[in-house]
Design a protein around this ligand. Structure first.
Ligand code: HAM
Length: 407
């Protein structure tokens, strides 16, 4: 093999791909139950969308974008996240009313690759656009939490915070700047540079965080409207029984957030990649990408990280039944039976190559088929031999009763 997948990318193959399929199916079901439509947007967008949307001063825009010029000389970027695209799509579709949109797909960030930190990774994304109600914040937080529980991630903590809005944040930022300036010598270079441009992000710096435990927090400086909003989010989470922990130092790595910010933490993963998801409210995003004011709130979960956090789980087998052809002359009949059972909703497969019965049984075991149907001499009496692969029980079953036997 000479050509390998690029650094920081993965092939998702069976058996792990079975977990992925289950995760996508569960996502599809739960978002539908919560009233979200499906949305797909382009994998690449005008570079400006992310520069202005995600924010010029973010790590993503400064260091991690896959940007290129196409043959027409346009500057395009492989999407590092979905939220600016979803807001752009909403604006482009007229921008009115409420839109609840869920999607999944690959995102691209030029990261230093490690487990759970990939250059192409996959997000499940949900956005609730067109309302500034705190009930929407609580709903999206609940959606992510329920999803993680449904796919089997039990050790997950929801952390939440409010980082204020353009009314109260400027005054808070001044207080924070003053505090940070007094400790400037102890901060890392990036943080020192951000004291003036983006002091909130300093609270999120992995290096400086331990030094800033007594820093003033946004919640201590919320205006009345933000405080009421935050309280309603918390009360509503309580009402729908979503446990959460307040983290007054939680700020997120994207510039568009206002008010609510939250994360889902897998408590048994390494601290560097234990955030299996995160999100928040972004009432200023629409304007920052050139549109009218449109509020929104949402989150994204990292599929790669959820799979890591789930550990080695054994998925249910991918087949209900394997069909073995014992007589060459009955191949067409066997294929008809396969087709009929598939149409009835069973997961069915067979071996297209002309192998011995023994070899076909081997394939059935390797594929973990719980049942095998042998098409052989009983066929002329209208029956097949059905074997329960777990118990080894075997008996003749009339063809028209096969689906009953399988159930
Ligand atoms: P984010 O925190 O940048 O937020 O990413 C969300 C999740 O994607 C992270 O918690 C993590 O699980 C996963 N993730 C991020 N980068 C990587 C990577 N390099 N490798 C593997 N997994 C990764 C957003 O992207 C926002 N758009 C979320 C949002 C939606 N906010 C409002 N709406």
């Amino acid at each position: 093999m000479t050509i390998r997948a690029p650094k920081g990318t993965d092939d998702i193959l069976a058996p792990v791909a079975r977990t992925w399929r289950r995760m996508l199916r569960t996502w599809d079901q739960i978002t539908e139950r919560f009233g979200y439509d499906l949305i797909f947007t382009p994998l690449f967008e005008a570079t400006e969308l992310f520069a202005r949307g995600s924010g010029e001063d973010t790590e993503i825009v400064q260091k991690q974008m896959y940007s290129f010029s196409d043959k027409g000389g346009r500057s395009l970027t492989l999407r590092p996240e979905a939220t600016p695209s979803v807001m752009r799509a909403h604006q482009q579709a007229g921008g009115s009313g409420v839109r609840k949109a869920a999607s999944w797909g690959p995102m691209f960030r030029y990261e230093r690759p490690q487990a759970g930190r990939r250059r192409q990774f996959y997000q499940l994304d949900a956005e609730y656009i067109g309302t500034d109600s705190p009930l929407a914040d609580a709903e999206v937080i609940e959606l992510g939490y329920r999803y993680l529980r449904d796919v089997g991630l039990v050790d997950v903590a929801v952390t939440i915070n409010s980082i204020g809005d353009p009314v109260c944040r400027p005054a808070y930022q001044e207080v924070l700047k003053e505090y940070l300036k007094a400790r400037e010598d102890e901060l890392c270079d990036d943080s020192r540079r951000r004291i003036d441009s983006n002091p909130l992000r300093v609270l999120d710096c992995k290096v400086c965080k331990p030094l800033l435990r007594d820093a003033p927090t946004p919640v201590e400086h919320l205006c009345d409207a933000c405080a009421v909003h935050y309280q309603t989010v918390k009360d509503t989470l309580g009402a729908v029984l979503v446990p959460f922990v307040e983290d007054p130092h939680l700020v997120r790595g994207l510039d568009y957030y206002t008010r609510t910010a939250f994360e889902y933490i897998a408590t048994d993963l390494d601290a560097a990649q234990n955030a299996v998801g995160g999100g928040g409210r972004y009432d200023g995003l629409s304007e920052s990408i050139g549109g009218p004011p449109i509020p929104g709130v949402g989150f994204a979960l990292g599929l790669d990280r959820i799979v890591l956090a789930l550990g080695d789980i054994v998925e249910e087998g991918a087949l209900d039944v394997f069909v073995v052809v014992a007589e060459e002359g009955l191949r067409t009949e066997a294929i008809e039976l396969v087709s009929d059972l598939r149409a009835r909703g069973f997961r069915v497969d067979y071996d297209p190559d002309r192998r011995s019965v023994k070899a076909q049984f081997k394939i059935a075991s390797r594929r973990e088929a719980p049942n095998v149907l042998v098409i052989g001499e009983e066929w002329r009496d209208g029956a097949v031999t059905a074997r329960d692969m777990t118990t080894g029980d075997q008996r003749a079953v009339p063809v028209e009763e096969v689906s009953v036997w399988l159930r």
